[in-house]
Design a protein around this ligand. Structure first.
Ligand SMILES: Cc1ncc(COP(=O)(O)O)c(C=O)c1O
Length: 353
């Protein structure tokens, strides 16, 4: 998918050599400005990857006193392990919750009011968390951070862009994302100027000014070459997402097999369709069947964070909804290089399963 832009990428590399500035510089600030404008926020801070973006946003709010030491952060169990790890790496405690409708709701948060210090929500599969969650968090004075690693360019019914609703949002530009780099890359978006400058400082060794470091930071800078590649791809993001939505609509209209459960139609609306998930009990047989027909699938994901050996403190927790999703999810092909005809053919093959 990334090869489409090979000519522009060569020009980016030439521009980098021309500038001689291999860390930071114009390519980075240009992308940060473009992406902030695109998301409809005041600030964008490039980072080395999505995990760092979320970790740094949490660390920055700890440094600013918005979050206490060892803050308890509510997080949906249904996510990639990176979401949990960011909270742990920030020296905080994840408070995982099971979520009925894939996305966090205020109903799920309510019982935890009084025992949590903040919320990390996740725009899973490309669908933005509803504004009611943000309103609820605000009414309860809880800072909310969004893991937007899967929702680049999604826009809700109110016209809000992914990355614009939370106190800070964390993007991953992993190559397979809707906006993907040619390697690791990430960014934080926010409307808060103090949070933005604290994030920037932490991402650059805690550097206050040249030779002066007044807090413990990390090295997590957006690489200028990746920034240039991202500027090129940002121009195509809206058209790509439109195509993803078209393909998803074709799946929704044509898939008809009692063994294959689809997302509800509401979940598809205003969704950037990072992946098109279906849920199948005998997943391995289904995937082998598709492979035998030349259809490549992926899985988001197989083992939930709370059951990972790395997070053994949660291994005894039970989140039946999340576990069921992880046991049955299959991501069908859904990317801008595919055509409607291809998706219709995939539907026929699935319907014959
Ligand atoms: C939901 C979610 N959060 C966080 C990340 C972490 O992003 P990165 O791999 O850029 O660190 C990913 C990437 O796969 C993701 O899907």
């Amino acid at each position: 998918m990334q090869k489409r832009f090979a000519i522009q990428d060569a020009a980016t590399l030439a521009a980098l050599h021309e500038s001689g500035q291999y860390i930071g510089g114009a390519l980075v600030s240009q992308f940060e400005e473009e992406f902030a404008r695109y998301c409809g926020v005041e600030h964008c801070i490039g980072t080395a990857n999505g995990l760092d973006a979320l970790t740094i946003a949490l660390l920055a709010d700890k440094a600013l006193g918005v979050l206490p030491e060892n803050a308890h952060i509510l997080v949906p169990a249904q996510t990639y392990i990176a979401t949990f790890l960011s909270i742990v790496h920030a020296g905080m405690t994840p408070v995982p919750v099971d979520v009925e409708s894939l996305l966090l709701t205020s109903e799920v948060i309510k019982p935890h009011i009084g025992t949590i210090d903040g919320i990390v929500c996740v725009d899973i599969y490309g669908k933005m968390v509803d504004v009611e969650v943000y309103a609820f968090a605000k009414a309860n004075s809880l800072p909310i951070y969004c893991d937007t690693a899967q929702s680049h360019g999604a826009t809700n019914l109110h016209g809000n862009r992914s990355g614009s609703l939370a106190r800070a949002s964390a993007f991953s530009f992993y190559p397979t994302k809707n906006l993907g780099a040619l390697g690791d890359a990430g960014a934080i978006t926010t409307n808060d100027a103090s949070l933005a400058s604290m994030c920037r400082k932490i991402a650059n060794y805690g550097r206050e000014s040249r030779f002066v470091n007044d807090i413990m930071g990390v090295n997590s800078r957006l690489d200028p070459l990746q920034a240039g590649f991202l500027s090129t791809r940002l121009k195509a993001l809206d058209a790509d997402n439109e195509l993803r939505k078209t393909l998803a609509a074709v799946y929704m209209k044509n898939l008809e097999n009692a063994k294959v459960t689809l997302m509800n139609s509401q979940f598809i609306e205003e969704n950037a369709m990072h992946v098109f998930p279906v849920f199948v009990d005998d997943r391995d047989t289904f995937v082998s069947y598709l492979t035998s027909h030349g259809i490549e699938t992926s899985c988001h994901y197989k083992i939930p964070p709370h059951k990972q050996v790395a997070l053994e403190q949660f291994n005894n927790f039970s989140f039946p909804i999340t576990e069921r999703i992880h046991n049955t999810e299959v991501s069908l092909p859904c990317n801008p290089l595919l055509s409607v005809t291809t998706i219709k053919r995939i539907c026929q093959i699935i319907n014959a399963y």
